[in-house]
Design a protein around this ligand. Structure first.
Ligand code: BES
Ligand code: ZN
Ligand code: ZN
Length: 505
């Protein structure tokens, strides 16, 4: 769906359908709608469809006018009650509205900028969230379906209608929204794609595509070179798979000439997690194709930053491999030497995420980062703690953790902190190595964080995001069908664009 501006007097607005939003209760509609109504005939206010509309979240109603009218239909979309309003409601309502337009086969959809006024968010964010929500709501992963008729793209275009030229800051919103949606959709498609397609090699090709399109530096470290570097923990996981493993590094340089310290984003890229020798239960093992969602989110961030040409100096490090049982696979009880020099006793080969991330974190230090954020589908314990709606965030700087929470609430991604108090480390003590990779079942998500913390010097601000619950959804969400969500892309994009002003040291 293309997004265009339509600047013209109200009387000249011409679209197949014009979308307005309504709040539940307070006569259900926002001020912009009432102002627009004043210039119309009675067809809308008299319509029974409008009377049936209460403004409930994701409720829609279509009101038909005279067929020869320049605007023959109005679609009203519910935001729910005022007290419960947040950006997810606006994203979800726009998604519901555009899905309805698609069902009706309407091609040219209008949305009035005025119609977004009166919400408790600035108008430029309201427009951005509505557009991102609308674009995400329409996105489907159907590349692998051959029997369903590939319908042409409906709606073809979304026109933002306004009477006068909008300010520059608002003018730029559609391109930013498109860039954000495209990054999230890239992440979703990679995660939804099965593991026989999205192999570590496929992740490399995706990164190469981004590097070529947007001029990023790409470095691909294969398993042989990783072993030479001393990445013994990453290569231990990789050695059980026939699929070549890669540590992928993407670097976007800032347009500011002085070399600034980068934000380093590290994403877990296990393209399939069987558990290895500590083999997982067969039930729903298929969803373990999602175990590269962290790396996919990092690639999504680079797609967005590339398209927006924004974001400062950012490095992405993605350790990509399968985790398989095999004659050559690493085993419970093995001790491996990580790139940091620290030795790890492998208690469970299914805790492979931390094994590949720790070497990526050590490699990140070479870039003298301003901050490191890692993102991973790390622990089932995170799902036990927070369910599928909320991601866990932990780290060594309260300011960074708080920034992630704040950004999340602004863009519609929910995070909650977990503590990384030092006494938790006692659980990981090993008799024969520096520490173990897992303990018993207690404090599972925290121990993932505690393990990773061993590899980050206290002088570097670092946060770890566990997206085991949020990367995938079994139920359809407001802006995502069943499957991959692309969770984390938005927060990391925002972080990449604002890190210097957040004052995290
Ligand atoms: N990839 C899994 C975690 C996971 C589970 C992600 C469900 C998404 C959905 C991870 O590698 C894993 O297996 N973790 C183990 C850790 C345990 C052995 C300490 C887990 O959570 O059971
Ligand atoms: Zn695992
Ligand atoms: Zn895993």
């Amino acid at each position: 769906m293309r997004i265009d501006w339509g600047i013209a007097p109200v009387s000249e607005w011409a679209v197949d359908v014009l979308v307005f939003f309504g709040i539940e209760g307070s006569f259900a509609l926002l001020p912009g709608f009432r102002r627009w109504l004043d210039g119309q005939g009675q067809w809308i206010t008299r319509s029974a469809a409008l009377k049936d509309f209460q403004g409930k979240f994701q409720q829609t109603a279509v009101i038909y006018g005279p067929a020869d009218s320049k605007v023959p239909r109005v679609l009203v979309a519910g935001l729910g009650s005022e007290e419960k309003f947040d950006v997810e409601k606006l994203q979800g309502a726009t998604s519901a509205a555009l899905r309805k337009c698609r069902d009706l086969g309407l091609n040219r959809v209008g949305i009035s900028l005025q119609g977004l006024q009166g919400l408790p968010v600035p108008i430029d964010s309201a427009l951005k969230e509505a557009l991102v929500g609308g674009l995400l709501g329409l996105h489907r992963f159907d590349e692998l379906k051959t029997r369903e008729i590939q319908s042409s793209e409906v709606p073809e275009s979304l026109v933002i209608l306004d009477e006068g030229e909008p300010e520059q800051s608002i003018r730029a919103v559609p391109r930013a929204a498109e860039a954000i949606a495209s990054g999230i959709c890239l992440a979703r498609d990679l995660v939804s794609s099965p593991a026989n397609r999205v192999t570590p090699g496929f992740m490399v090709e995706t990164a190469r595509g981004l590097a070529q399109r947007y001029g990023f530096r790409l470095e691909v470290i294969d398993a042989e070179r990783a072993a030479e570097f001393g990445m013994g923990s990453f290569t231990a996981v990789a050695q059980g798979s026939r699929e070549p493993a890669y540590m992928i590094v993407l670097e976007r340089f800032s347009s500011i000439p002085e070399k600034t310290a980068p934000l380093v984003l590290v994403g877990k890229g296990i393209t399939f997690d069987t558990g290895g020798i500590s083999l997982k239960n067969k039930d729903r093992m298929d969803v373990m194709k999602q175990d590269m969602a962290g790396a996919a989110a990092v690639l999504g961030v680079f797609e967005t930053l590339g398209r927006m040409n924004a974001g400062g100096h950012v490095v992405g490090i993605m350790p990509c491999t399968e985790n398989m049982p095999d004659g050559k696979a690493y085993k419970p009880g093995d001790v491996v030497k990580s790139l940091s020099g620290l030795t790890v006793e492998v208690i469970s080969t299914d805790a492979e995420g931390r094994m590949v991330l720790c070497d990526a974190l050590t490699y990140a230090l070479d870039f003298q980062p301003a901050a490191i954020v890692d993102i991973a589908t790390l622990t089932a314990a995170c799902i036990v703690a927070f369910g599928n709606e909320v991601a866990a965030v932990m780290g060594n700087r309260e300011a960074l953790t708080k920034s992630i929470l704040d950004i999340g609430s602004r863009v519609g991604e929910k995070y909650w902190p977990l503590p990384l108090w030092d006494f938790y480390f006692d659980h990981l003590k090993s008799d024969i190595a520096d520490f173990k990779n897992v303990a018993d079942r207690s404090a599972g998500a925290i121990l993932g964080g505690i393990f990773l913390k061993q590899f980050v010097p206290a002088s570097i601000p670092w946060a770890h995001i566990d997206i085991a619950g949020t990367a995938w959804t079994e139920k359809e969400l407001g802006t995502a069908p069943r499957g991959a969500t692309g969770f984390g892309v938005r927060t990391m994009v925002e972080l990449a664009c604002t890190l210097p002003v957040l004052g995290i040291e």
